[in-house]
Write a protein that binds this ligand. Sequence first.
Ligand code: FAD
Length: 376
Amino acid sequence: MKIAIIGGGPAGLYLALLVKKWRPETTIDLFERNGPDDTFGWGVVFSDKTLGYLKAEDEPSYEAILRSFETWDNVDIVYRGEKITVGGNKFSGIARIEILHILQERCKELGVNLNFRTNITDVASLTGYDLIVGADGINSEVRSRYKDAFGPNISTRPNRYIWYGTPHLFHGLTLTFRENGDGVFAAHSYKFNKDLSTFIVECDEETWDTAGFANMDETATRLYLQDVFKDDLQGADLLSNNSKWINFLFVKNQHRYHENVVLLGDSVATVHFSIGSGTKLALEDAIALFLAMRDNDKLGIPATLAAFDKARSPVVNEYQEAAYESLVFFETLKDYMHLDPIPFAYKLMMRSGKVDHENLRKRDPGFVERYEKYVK
Ligand SMILES: Cc1cc2nc3c(=O)[nH]c(=O)nc-3n(C[C@H](O)[C@H](O)[C@H](O)COP(=O)(O)OP(=O)(O)OC[C@H]3O[C@@H](n4cnc5c(N)ncnc54)[C@H](O)[C@@H]3O)c2cc1C
């Protein structure tokens, strides 16, 4: 069996190592356009549950990831200068480059052919493979090449976001809301190692235009946002990693596979970063495809891909629905800024539709009690 994987992000690397571990005789050629140490962004968040899956499938990479994790259970909401803490939420943070290095090392150990700095411009040029995997991220070439078969539906969302790091440590998933004369800004921040936190800033189109970001260079943008969040950063700088304003792309596809070509991770479905699940879904996609390969070993590629699709699509659709609700909350933030801190925090915790009142009570009875007192 020969497999080509386009994209060395979490989805592509994890699939490669799982299949190679199971079937060492399989040739796996993974093509990644960047170098092994290049990455965009800073740290990523995981929900606790993902870890069980990782442990079950590959203990060495699970142990290495676990050693690099920062964990916490509080969501801190900073609004009108007040900090409200909601406990009982399990999260872990890790640098994106760290998880990529762990998976790269594991792939090397197992004998996956990792081809860095190799940009695949036409997937049809990859001949002689039994299976071709498009794990090439949000702007997937593989998806574009076979767009008539995959049926992508891509919507460019109106909010803009920019992904920074900072040496200020946010001990918990911290959602900060600040208003100035130009509009409303939201920051999503959390520490992902002993020295650094991720700091993503998001704002709507009107705020972006009024602030004049179109005419600001990278430094001016960074200094402007540093000023908006000066009380939260407590004098620390925002750190750029070629950080630029981006509109979030909401990607869905009618189909996940076409003949012997299959899409994984962000290439097939994106979830807004406010629910912190993109990496988790990418890894779980890889696990689901691997399990479909193992369970349908004798039935061939078409049956394998059909089984993968059947198992995976409903799960991903459910996450996408929750993530969509969450992204709409951030897009319509101005509609909630009249709320007092407690109902604002309550609305924020419920925004994805995945948490209800009783569920929130289980996570943090004290917070729900404060809310119930407020509405009485
Ligand atoms: C601002 C922001 C914050 C986020 N925060 C979180 C978070 O906190 N938690 C979380 O779980 N997720 C988060 N995510 C989402 C997460 O980064 C993605 O969901 C995840 O990386 C998807 O993994 P992937 O392997 O599918 O794709 P990617 O990680 O995008 O990897 C795709 C790879 O393919 C390579 N590639 C692309 N085209 C080609 C080509 N033609 N030839 C060769 N190589 C190619 C790219 O260089 C890249 O390395 C965030 C995303 C953003 C934008």
